[in-house]
Design a protein around this ligand. Structure first.
Ligand code: FAD
Length: 261
């Protein structure tokens, strides 16, 4: 079984700060980590490696420093790491990011592609589903668990707001994983010691067969008109010692005042 996990390096915070003048994200001085959903996706892949001797590849698109998460993935137990980096990929929005990643994935063999549900910086949750569309693969989003059925199918547990859906999906397929799926393993001591002995494959524009017009800033239809940090909310009103019925009445009256109900 061949599994590829897309992992993204993100700032270690959910409180993204924006440059008030340029409107761009301030990355300097913020420590970076492997995106939490991706780490859980990686754990699912490594569990399949433990059980079925699956071959696990990780791939990231990002600047030079993204090498850190590939080394971390080696220390956790992956077999191969690919770093997509090229000036032609710079300024990519989610579509251009997906075009580059899908282009690289087309060059590889896979039974299962795993992405996180969402990156904690960009937060769009678009890249996984876009890759599946570009590669014409069945996709299951919001995955919390996955079992291999010993033939060509996976049984997948998909999280829904009010329960779960159990789905059987033929491989090859793509899943997007939630960080609540598991607690990812720590890097092993031996893995840490050997992390820099492995080769990270550096891939650029020439390694993927994607039209240049679909990559980087050129291939990005998104235009950011304005970014801003949300201001503090006004102080709410506190009601002490009210029963649940009184509380419900207060809420309904407030909603009526605002013409919401
Ligand atoms: C106009 C525009 C310009 C931009 N320019 C830049 C730029 O110059 N530099 C920059 O760093 N960002 C840039 N961004 C942000 C960048 O587009 C997003 O970070 C990226 O497309 C992923 O989107 P997301 O973070 O919402 O990921 P989501 O869709 O929320 O991610 C879902 C999953 O997809 C996978 N994934 C997402 N991105 C990657 C990746 N890069 N490598 C591997 N797997 C991945 C992960 O598994 C992740 O959990 C730009 C955005 C816009 C709108």
């Amino acid at each position: 079984m061949k599994i590829i996990v897309c992992i993204k390096q993100v700032p270690d915070t959910t409180e993204i700060k924006l440059d008030p003048v340029k409107g761009t994200m301030i990355r300097e001085g913020v420590p970076s980590i492997m995106n939490p959903d991706d780490k859980s996706g990686l754990e699912i892949a490594l569990q399949l490696k433990d059980k079925y001797n699956a071959h696990v590849t990780v791939i990231t698109m990002g600047p030079a420093q993204a090498d850190d998460i590939l080394r971390e993935a080696f220390a956790m137990g992956v077999d191969r790491a690919i770093h997509l980096s090229d000036r032609k990929f710079a300024g990519a929005d989610t579509l251009a990011t997906s075009n580059a990643l899908a282009g690289a994935l087309r060059m590889l063999q896979y039974d299962l592609i795993i992405t996180g549900r969402q990156a904690i910086d960009g937060d769009t949750a678009q890249v996984g589903p876009q890759i599946a569309e570009l590669l014409d693969l069945p996709q299951v989003t919001y995955v919390e668990d996955l079992e291999f059925d010993n033939d060509k199918t996976f049984t997948i547990k998909k999280f829904l707001e009010e329960g779960y859906q159990m789905l059987q999906v033929e491989s090859p397929c793509l899943i997007t994983v939630l960080s609540s799926a598991n607690k990812a393993r720590y890097m092993s001591v031996r893995g840490i010691l050997e992390a820099y002995d492995h080769e990270v494959e550096l891939w650029g524009f020439d390694n993927i067969k994607v039209d240049e017009e679909k990559l980087g800033l050129k291939g990005s239809p998104t235009r950011v008109f304005k970014s801003f940090t949300k201001g503090a909310k006004v102080m709410g009103t506190l009601y002490d010692d009210v029963s649940s019925i009184e509380a419900a009445d207060i809420i309904v009256n407030k909603l009526k005042e605002k013409f919401i109900v």
